[in-house]
Design a protein around this ligand. Structure first.
Ligand code: ARG
Length: 487
């Protein structure tokens, strides 16, 4: 039987020897708080299965499950978080043994290892977080779509190479945020399938000779299926890599939005104003309103890439099966997860509160010969000349305009005469009017208000489906958690 303060993990093989600084160095307890809840659920499900399979006595199982529920309700802080116990799995088992005695509680770990346990816990904790991130993404997507609807007729300039290119609308620009964000949503929904598979029952790596029922624990814990190979069950962390890679891609997409918030709110662009809450000022320059929030977000998102590279490097040359290196992945995973959650909330708030300077947008929309492409297209349509020819002619119009400091409509007549081309004034006028440029671009994905409206509706209906799918997953998990706590 356990003596007071005896180390249940080390007492046998290692004669309870510990060195404090080594134990502090090795423990995962500081980040095991992320899997505390999942670990209890995992313990409850495993114990229930052991009872049902007659591997342990029902009366022992019931005592263990009741004690686990108490530990769950009291929370992790009430436990003796002794680093010489390594981790949360041993802390919980030690607490059970302290309260129920080893003859009862010492039976819980039958047919199981911390290796399959931690792999199961991580998958359960991560699936919750993926669903949280998905909810935030869906929310932000809806806000962007609403804003796009408001601005489907707000004329502005579009850029290539950060140079004025062609007129668009701000609504169309906002859909360029919504489009990759939809793929971010789809990627995470897809990754969820590979996270939500159950390694429990893999044991240390070679399963167990006890007649355990892997399908029963898989069902109790709300997994979609079991991992078929027990070595893979304990050794693989590609579900984490995949999630972190998706977060890196999402972070890259979000970072680009931050960059544009910084640019567009500058005096040179001046197309948007950030709400005061999402800005800072200078300690010396009293006039300043700085886009610090977008800048901090842009920088924080970079740490997600660093974490991904760290985890790739930890994993890349590990031999089968479990190696303690795997423990060191966890803090990087959770850091990426929380950075994503916090940053998504902040960016959503920042975008939802921008003030759009429609006058400035309109002013820029007609600057710098932005309608030259449409003028060339008009020549193709009206004069039946090849596009390449029209491109050269309009290029000359632009060059003469710049040289003589004039608008295109002031020099175009001379150029058309030179090339013996006829085009009536109303056609020229239409080609040079930014909003007409936008309206005519009504092919799929184009900036024409009617096409932006169609696209918004189609994004909205798809987002409803994703939301339904995510809510169903959340409900299923809530049900299994409730069931486990009511066993
Ligand atoms: N704390 C460990 C981790 O996070 C749990 C598994 C420990 N297993 C072992 N064989 N030492 O990976």
């Amino acid at each position: 039987m356990q003596k007071n303060n005896e180390n249940i993990l080390r007492r046998g093989r290692l004669g309870s020897s510990t060195k404090k600084e080594v134990m502090n160095y090795m423990t995962s307890l500081s980040f095991d708080k992320e899997i505390f809840e999942s670990d209890i659920f995992c313990d409850i499900a495993h114990t229930k299965m052991l009872m049902e399979q007659n591997i342990i006595l029902e009366e022992d199982g019931i005592k263990i499950i009741n004690e686990l529920k108490k530990i769950y309700n009291n929370g992790m802080d009430c436990l003796n978080l002794d680093p010489s116990l390594d981790d949360i799995h041993m802390v919980i088992e030690s607490e059970l043994i302290k309260n129920l005695g080893e003859d009862v509680a010492g039976r819980m770990h039958t047919g199981r290892s911390r290796n399959d346990e931690v792999a199961t816990d991580l998958r359960m904790a991560l699936r919750d977080k993926i669903l949280t991130i998905l909810k935030l993404l869906i929310n932000m997507q809806k806000n962007i779509l609403n804003l796009a609807k408001e601005h489907k007729e707000t004329l502005t300039i579009g850029y290539t190479h950060l140079q004025h290119a062609q007129p668009i609308t701000f609504g169309h620009h906002l859909l360029s945020y919504a489009s990759p964000m939809e793929r971010d949503i789809l990627r995470l929904i897809d990754t969820y399938k590979r996270v939500n598979i159950c390694p429990l029952g893999s044991g240390a790596f070679a399963t167990t000779g006890f007649n355990i029922n892997r399908n029963a624990t898989k069902e109790l814990l709300g997994f979609d299926s079991v991992i078929e190979n027990s070595m893979d069950g304990v050794a693989s962390r590609d579900f984490i890599l995949e999630t972190m890679a998706n977060l890196s891609i999402l972070g890259t997409n979000l970072s680009k939005i931050c960059e544009e918030m910084v640019l567009f709110s500058s005096c040179e662009f001046g197309t948007i104003d950030l709400a005061n809450e999402y800005t800072s000022t200078s300690s010396i320059m009293p006039q300043k309103k700085n886009p610090d929030v977008a800048e901090i977000a842009r920088a924080k998102l970079s740490t997600i890439n660093g974490n991904l590279v760290t985890v790739l490097t930890i994993l890349k040359a590990l031999p089968n099966t479990y190696n303690r290196d795997l423990q060191e992945i966890s803090p990087h995973l959770w850091d990426s997860v929380y950075t994503t959650i916090d940053t998504l909330k902040i960016i959503d708030g920042m975008i939802s509160t921008i003030k759009v300077n429609a006058d400035r947008m309109e002013e820029l929309a007609e600057k710098n010969y932005s309608t030259a492409t449409e003028l060339a297209d008009t020549l193709v349509r009206e004069c039946n000349i090849p596009f390449r020819t029209a491109h050269g002619i309009v290029g000359e119009v632009v060059r003469l305009s710049i040289e003589n400091n004039k608008n295109m409509n002031e020099v175009i007549r001379d150029v058309l005469d030179k090339f013996n081309l006829k085009l009536n004034d109303s056609k020229i006028e239409k080609a040079l009017t930014p909003m007409e440029n936008v309206k005519i671009r009504k092919v799929i994905g184009g900036p024409a208000p009617e096409e932006v409206e169609r696209a918004i509706n189609s994004y909205c209906s798809r987002i409803e489906n994703y939301e339904k799918e995510v809510n169903e997953k959340i409900e299923k998990i809530e049900i299994i958690k409730n069931n486990l706590l009511n066993l």
